[in-house]
Design a protein. Structure first.
Length: 599
């Protein structure tokens, strides 16, 4: 420190005890010049010693009683120490001598606003603005005075003028944000605060204002993030740390709240708000783990549900996707994309000052549950005809694993779509038809997969010896009879009597005996059906042909055979459709009973 300034400081300290907080005229500082007194007064202001600064400026005023600069500075000090009446009186003395003194007009307007004398404050700001229309302090003070009177639109218009003059002023942006927040226009206020924070991210009060906005709006996680940033810039601000702790509590982030409270207590040991928060947090510790578990369960259960629905659609894609294209869109496009978006939003760091993360999370949750609800309704709609299932129960019978799919796969899919209970029974594992081995496992698995594609309610495959069924007629009849009884089937679909394959004929004969009584018996054509097969019933399978082709495709060990090709199946269906006036059809011999679609 320079010697002269040190001497000035020491004289001030020695003189200070003789001064009473601005109530009496100073009697010391005689040895100091007017310039030294001003320098000492500003030093005291810098140190925050406002009462001592008042004494110094009173001494200066006694030297030069009509100096407007000293009078305005002394009025400022009176206002800062809460002596509003004295400040106003001194500002008026200046204005009486100079009616257009801008500093005095702005000073008295500000003090009047602090003293809640809003109409007088507004008048003084208007006088100042007539003197200098583009003075930013006068504009912002005028806007605040209008806002305190709930004249929000006028206040915002004044702030727009201020922003046009200085568009990158963080003070202008912050005051605009305050007025918008008081008007409950939170999203607009947020944009103003964020813009100010982006221009100058070193001002903690900007982040505290943003935190206040979020806290008022109930967005505690965002508020905690803003207060955290403010605390990094101003780590000893007790109020900011208290607000951080309260916001963290509101966001169910007890560790962050407790850390903030402990920081407050390290600064102010007896802070009652911090002690009360600490007691509250200690009482909440018992439920913390349960809350964390719930926070984990919610997103995990949502993801699992989406995966389960996606898996359902994929598993049954052949039977529903081709009939209703929207299910293909759900299964292959919407649900996977929705899952990815939801997971990304859940794992993203939420400690962001902006509301965008929270909005994305809420939107993802809304879309997720909306689509889950929509899917549920859709599934109910698809299965709406299941209530009619009791009126028809169908049993389809084939000698070999691919006979049902080739002969009546489209019709079975249509039966299922109509709500019938549809079952399948295969008499042999078709081991003689496996070109690679005589093992039964491959063709059994293929048959079971084909049944799943068609959506059969029940499916059984027996191990009678392939190509030797004729000698097993009685046993086969007993099996079919038992399945008819177990399923309550009143529509039996089996192989044709007009067939050159002996196993096929045997299955027909066994079925004919087992299906005695008031049963409808339909006979389908197979690849070995004789040319004299004369169908008298055609079923429209236009909407279900692709289901049939997909089911046939399940029999991979038979894919080398020409009649298993998609174009062959489609051609046979087109031929029968041409005969019956349909696009695609399957042909049957209605051996006995009634048309199952007409009854």
């Amino acid at each position: 420190m320079k010697p002269a300034l040190w001497i000035v400081g020491m004289l001030g300290i020695l003189a200070a005890p003789a001064v009473h907080a601005g109530d009496s005229t100073p009697t010391s500082y005689v040895a100091l010049s007017l310039t030294d007194l001003r320098n000492l007064g500003e030093q005291k202001i810098t140190e925050g010693a406002h009462h001592e600064a008042i004494a110094v400026y009173r001494a200066a005023l006694s030297r030069q009683p009509d100096d407007p600069g000293i009078m305005i500075r002394l009025a400022d000090l009176y206002s800062w120490t809460g002596s509003f009446d004295r400040a106003i009186s001194m500002y008026r003395d200046v204005i009486d001598g100079d009616s257009v003194n801008l500093a005095a007009l702005k000073g008295i307007a500000q003090v009047m606003r602090w003293a809640s004398r809003y109409e007088e404050s507004q008048e003084m700001y208007e006088r100042a603005l007539r003197r200098e229309p583009e003075d930013l302090d006068a504009l912002t003070g005028h806007a605040l005075t209008l806002a305190y009177q709930r004249k929000m639109e006028q206040a915002l218009r004044v702030m727009e003028r201020a922003k046009r003059i200085s568009p990158r002023s963080t003070r202008n942006l912050a005051i605009m944000g305050d007025i918008l927040a008081w008007s409950d226009r939170f999203s607009e206020a947020e944009r103003q605060y964020l813009a100010a924070c982006e221009i100058d991210p070193s001002q903690p009060e900007l982040f505290r204002s943003l935190g206040d906005l979020y806290r008022w709006n109930g967005r505690f996680a965002s508020a905690a993030a803003a207060y955290t940033r403010a605390a990094e810039l101003d780590p000893k601000n007790v109020d900011g740390l208290i607000y951080l702790a309260e916001s963290a509590c509101g966001a169910d982030d007890e560790p962050a709240a407790e850390a903030a409270v402990k920081r407050v207590l390290s600064i102010a040991h007896d802070e009652p708000r911090a002690q009360a928060l600490l007691q509250k947090l200690q009482s909440l510790h018992g439920t913390t783990y349960a809350r964390i578990a719930l926070d984990v369960i919610k997103p995990v259960s949502t993801v699992v549900t989406i995966l389960a629905i996606t898996a359902y659609f994929r598993r049954h894609r052949e039977i529903i996707a081709r009939r209703h294209r929207r299910y293909y869109t759900l299964a292959y496009q919407i649900f996977p994309v929705l899952l990815v978006i939801y997971v990304l939003v859940v794992v993203v760091v939420r400690r962001s000052v902006s509301q965008h993360v929270q909005v994305m999370e809420e939107a993802a949750q809304f879309l997720t549950f909306a689509f889950l609800a929509g899917s549920f309704v859709s599934l109910v709609w698809v299965s709406r005809s299941q209530a009619k299932g009791n009126r028809r129960s169908v049993l389809a019978i084939g000698a070999h694993p691919d006979d049902i799919e080739l002969g009546c796969g489209g019709t079975l899919a249509r039966f299922r779509d109509a709500g019938y209970q549809v079952h399948g029974l295969v008499i042999t594992c078709g081991e003689e038809g496996n070109p690679h081995s005589h093992e039964r496992a491959d063709r059994r698995k293929e048959a079971e997969e084909g049944a799943r594609v068609l959506g059969l309610n029940g499916f059984w495959i027996y191990q009678f010896p392939d190509t030797m069924l004729e000698s097993q007629l009685t046993a086969i009849k007993d099996v079919i009879e038992g399945k008819i009884r177990d399923t309550g089937a009143d529509v039996i679909v089996t192989q044709s009597p007009h067939d050159i394959h002996q196993d096929h004929k045997t299955v027909f004969e066994a079925t004919k005996i087992a299906a005695r009584g008031d049963k409808t018996l339909l006979c389908y054509e197979d690849v070995s059906t004789e040319p004299d097969f004369a169908p008298n019933l055609f079923v429209d399978v236009t909407d279900f042909l692709e289901d049939k082709i997909a089911a046939v495709r399940s029999h991979r060990t038979q894919s080398h055979k020409s009649y298993m090709r998609s174009e062959t199946i489609r051609g046979r269906a087109a031929h029968r459709g041409l005969q019956s006036g349909l696009k695609y059809a399957e042909a049957f011999l209605l051996y006995k009973g009634v048309d199952p679609w007409m009854s």
